[in-house]
Design a protein around this ligand. Structure first.
Ligand code: HEC
Length: 156
């Protein structure tokens, strides 16, 4: 959080510091004066069928219960919710990843580990590929809802 705040401040300063003398600002958000190109922070949504997930403010308990059932059946051979196993512990996963990324990882792991930077790093760290369990989008959504009920990762 601190770093992000720091970057924000730098962005603001560079905007005002170098932007003043520029004649043509028609390029708007993609450039500022002095030839400085700003980086727009982009959320990592992953690669796959999911481009937008709406999360309710409150957890949908019945959806989460269905997700837990699926998780116990199809995911616990490799994942625990409190410690590292074949794959990462899934405690706190909804804090470290976007919901879209999580669903794309569940539905499209082959392409994710081949093309998504975060998934590639995980693959290097865990040296085993995340398995496609052929969940439907609705099932993956319910597993995501279950993940929202997990406590934060103690090790972070
Ligand atoms: C055969 C073992 C295996 C199974 C089964 C499996 N996974 Fe994974 N999973 C992994 C591995 C290994 C990783 C680490 C990334 C990689 O190496 O591809 C991973 C990564 C993940 C991640 C990313 C975690 C993070 O910290 O970002 C999520 C989310 C995930 N799995 C969810 C699931 C769900 C949900 C299921 C069941 C539907 C499941 N996995 C089944 C092995 C598995």
């Amino acid at each position: 959080m601190k770093t992000q705040f720091g970057i924000l401040i730098i962005l603001i300063i560079s905007q005002f510091g170098f932007g003043c003398g520029s004649k043509d600002n028609s390029a708007g958000d993609s450039s500022s004066g002095g030839g400085i190109i700003k980086t727009v922070p982009v959320k990592d949504l992953g690669i796959g069928p999911i481009s937008k997930v709406e999360l309710g403010d409150a957890i949908d308990e019945s959806m989460a219960a269905k997700g837990k059932e699926l998780f116990d059946l199809k995911c616990t051979s490799c994942h625990k919710t409190d410690k590292r196993f074949v794959g990462p512990s899934l405690a706190g996963v909804t804090e470290r990843r976007e919901p879209e990324w999580i669903m794309n990882m569940i539905l499209n792991p082959e392409q994710m580990v081949a093309e998504n930077e975060t998934a590639k790093q995980l693959m290097m760290e865990y040296t085993a590929p995340m398995a496609n369990q052929n969940l439907t989008e609705e099932e993956a959504r319910s597993v995501l809802e279950y993940f929202r009920t997990l406590p934060a990762d103690q090790n972070q």
